[in-house]
Structures are given as C-alpha cells and as structure tokens.
Design a protein around this ligand. Sequence first.
Ligand code: AHG
Ligand code: MN
Ligand code: MN
Length: 337
Amino acid sequence: MSDTTISLSRWLIEQERTHGHIPGSLRLLIEQVARACKRISHAVNKGASAGIMGSAGSENIQGEVQKKLDVIANDVLLEANEWGGHLAAMASEELERIHVIPHRYPRGEYLLMFDPLDGSSNIEVNVTIGTIFSVLHLADGVSEVGPEHFLQPGRQQVAAGYCTYGPQTTLVLTLGHGVTVFTLDSSQGSFVLTQEGLRIPESTREFSINMSNLRHWAPPVQRYIDECLQGKDGPRGKDFNMRWVGSMVADVHRVLARGGVFLYPWDRREPDRAGKLRLLYEANPMALLVEQAGGMAMAGTERILDIQPTSLHQRAAVMLGSSEEVALLQKYHQEAQ
Ligand code: AHG
Ligand code: MN
Ligand code: MN
C-alpha cells in the first residue's frame, strides 16, 4: 500500500475529526458493517468450494426461498453489529421481526436496516450480488425499541450504502455529504478510498428495467419505455441502450458509475403492492445515494425519501438515476393523474 492510500478507517476518522460529519459511534457502526461485508465477500468468493451454494430449505417473511448465502450474510451482519454498543436494534429482509440488541450489551442510539444479500437469484450464475444498508437515528427518550421506530421517512437516514460482490468488492457510502467509493484491496484486507464526490450524469441513453413485465406496467411507464425504444425516430430523438443485471446493487452501481435510469415500477399483477423492492432497506438507501450523487429517485409522482413508511417490509415503486430521465418519468406520472 502506498503512503497516499487512504483506508476506510482513516477516511471515517477524518470525517469525524476534521469535518465533524459524523460522531464516533456512527463511525464505529460503519466500520462494523464494512467488516461484515468483507466476511460476506470472502464467503461469496469461496462459493461452491465451501458448500455454500443453493437453497437453505427455508422461506423468509416475503415468502421467498432463502439461499444459504442469504442466511449466512444475515447472520454475519447480526453478529458483527450486536456487541459494539452503537445500535439499539436491527431489521433485515430475512427477519420478520426486528432484532433488538440483547441486554448483555450496551444499547446505542442507531437503528440498522439491511438487505443482507441482494440479487440472490444471481448467486448460482456467478453474477454480481451485494449487501444494501441504511442507518437511522432512534428517537430520543425511547425506552423499549419497537418496529414503529424504524418507520421514518428515508430523508432521515444518517447513512446509507451498499457493497457489491463482483469483479471487485466495492463499498459505496453516503453520510449525507456526497457519495464516496471504496474498493477492497484483498492483499491488505482493507477498503481503500477510490472515488470521492461521485456524480451521476444528468443525461443518459441507457435504461434498466425488466422488459418481460412490459404488458403489466401502468401507462406512464409504458409510454416512457416505448419512446426510448423508438430511438432516433421517436420523440426522444436519440437511441437508447438497455441493461438489466437482475441485482439491484449491480444495476444501481452502473447508474451511479456512468448514468442511466433504473426502474422497478408498480405493475397490475399485484395492484395492492407498490412494487417489488422493499422501501426501508432497498429503495431508501439507494434513493439517498442517488440524490447525494445529484440524481433523482421517485416512486411515481412522490419522492421516495418522502414516503412515510407504515410497515417494516413494505414495498415501493422505484424510478431512479439521471435527473433528466427521472424528471420526465415524474411528468408522465403527473399527466396521467
Ligand atoms: P433480493 O435478492 O434481495 O430478493 O432482491 C432481488 C431484487 C433486486 O435485486 C432486483 O432488482 C430484482 O429483485 C430483480 O427482479 P426480477 O426477478 O424481476 O429481474
Ligand atoms: Mn434485494
Ligand atoms: Mn436479499
């Protein structure tokens, strides 16, 4: 490691000491999450050689079959964050109820939410997967922490980020002062700073949506995608490219890295469900990152970060990325009202 390399730990200490952007307890929390992500990354890398591929033979609260790696990643995150004294409780895609910090450990002032393994359908095919996380502050004066304390609008997140397990293990983080990227240097076993002040280009020619659901979408989404598909000859006057990895972390990472728009909209198959993705530990952390990078994140006409959650595992429609495109989508939704 050269002298100019800045590790995640050093960067976090500078955020605390020099910029006053975070208190020490939040710094420790982020370090613990990063440590857990390193352990998950090692497990993912070992794959079939460690016998951790395939189904765990159980279902989570969403009725989805859990993969062994979903369970391993969830356990790693719970274990790493339980004893440090910085948390009051955790919530996970893989747990029906919140996990309150046991009495044998000191109780902290933060709440942590996570999708331990995002993109689990891509585990078997060796395609990028990841961990998504979000941090909230527990309201003052709470003696018994309950699920209701997690039901805060996403704009109140004090930190959010994700880690991708792909060709590189990358940690993308916001503390509400822009977006910073760290890459795991596996020879050193530490995350090193690789990009600060990440910005999403305002314009793009790339969209990301599961096209197989086209016939089920609402008219504004159909209109938007139809106009993209018309390319140069249509109202947009330019050709578009399409990408769909099927792991939100990988698709959103591409949007952050080079622009684009990512959509997982409401569709008429389950009209009572807002969308497929979960608000608290998928949509909200990604929305904060995207806004902090100068993009937009909407759920139709409403900003994702302004949604008042009503339950722990609720879903949200998601349209995020380059601001010109998301603003156009918002306009089409407003016109259809
Ligand atoms: P998870 O693996 O945590 O359940 O999340 C899967 C999500 C998300 O990562 C991705 O964008 C989407 O499901 C893919 O959905 P399709 O199956 O429609 O492609
Ligand atoms: Mn997910
Ligand atoms: Mn998951």
